[in-house]
Design a protein around this ligand. Sequence first.
Ligand code: SF4
Length: 499
Amino acid sequence: MIPIDSVTPDEYPNQTNNPIDSQENRPDKPEEACGVFGIYAPGENVAKLTYFGLYALQHRGQESAGIATFEGTTVHLHKDMGLVSQVFNESILEELPGDIGVGHTRYSTTGSSRKVNAQPAVLDTRLGKLALAHNGNLVNTVKLREELVNSNCNLVTTTDSEMIAFAIAQAVNAGADWLDGAIQAFHRCEGAFSLVIGTPVGVMGVRDTNGIRPLVIGTLPGNPVRYVLSSETCGLDIIGADYLRDVEPGEVVWITEEGLASYHWSQKPERRLCIFEMIYFARPDSQMHNETLYSYRMRLGRQLAAESYVDADIVFGVPDSGIPAAIGFSQASGVAYGEGLIKNRYVGRTFIQPTQSMRESGIKMKLNPLKDVLAGKRVIIVDDSIVRGTTSRKLVKALRDAGAAEVHMRISSPPVTHPCFYGIDTDTQDQLIAATKSVEEIAKQLEVESLAYLSWDGMLEATREDKNSFCSACFTGDYPVTIPEQVKRSKLILEKVVV
Ligand code: SF4
């Protein structure tokens, strides 16, 4: 089996991570996973609808983007490094006709950032081509890779997503139909996977048995109803689709000319949605549990104020992700809400290195403090998380340089002490500041008057859902899917790993 879009890795030797975002200037946040989008809409311009779906999901991955469309048995594919708006234009979209679309926007978690690893992955099979877009991370890639290579699969990328595509193709080539072949492949996968899989006859949406990464179903009005799959509801809103429901953990939906059929491929689904999706990754206007994440994040702020009030003149959030929690903090505490930092919304991703003096001046390329608002004030700054602490420290210094008299930091999640193995890049454990330092020590390092994190109970109670229905392993080390020892060793530097 050979992928039809095979490219030798050597063709793109230099397309690695953005230099500005690498080394000490990498964003001091867990890096988001990927965005996936799928559509079955005969008669519609599926390439354009997929483009706008991906455009809304851009925050989930900014390294590469791709769209595959099915025009009968023919697949049209375009993918490249860069933002959705850089990878596609009108004339490229015109070259992507068809009734079915599969789209992907990528941040690399398994496999480096190169064009060869961009998705969708397209493979030839006995029943025609398949196009697969994956959000998440498998934890049994070593074993799966070995099995696939031993059965003569010609893997050309370094991604776990390609392995899933090969596992499906293998089952189909052995005689299974699309649905059975896909289900056989899902049983070989362990870890986090929300997938959109296009075929000549329909599109599938699937979530792993824990539903760690989100995936929703939407409908486009009309007769017959046309279906849409998206990582988040913001991908539905942008094209005027109505939210129907979530794909359930352990469910596969198969959308064909006969409509939408649902199958539970896993006998033991156990919901464990990534709580970080709710705190930070997903867009605030996306809906989870029947409300926008903006509302949940405001409640986190209210809870934070209840747990760690401090008297101050102004409270504001680190734009944009800290803002809803800062508003909630203000409402619950009575401390006036304002703006103390302005974000440069057009900074994007640049490949031009800043000068040394710009580097030393800290964070101002992205965030600029409002001097006259801050001068002489006792400020509370609210952020959603601290990972390494490097940006927070620069931020505090910038606030003091702008004249703040006191800086109190409040974090609307608990300390991040463990790395993620399910599709979020959170560094190795030794680089997580809270894995090695107490809250007091972190406060000292950040040079703030006070620092407080939200409690784990507070974070989960604010969801108003069953606490056991979330993964919160990066705060506790309690991983819902067992991590093989050799994978653990790659990131859990401070844990005792039993060999
Ligand atoms: S470990 Fe953390 S970031 Fe990873 S899935 Fe669990 S909650 Fe989300």
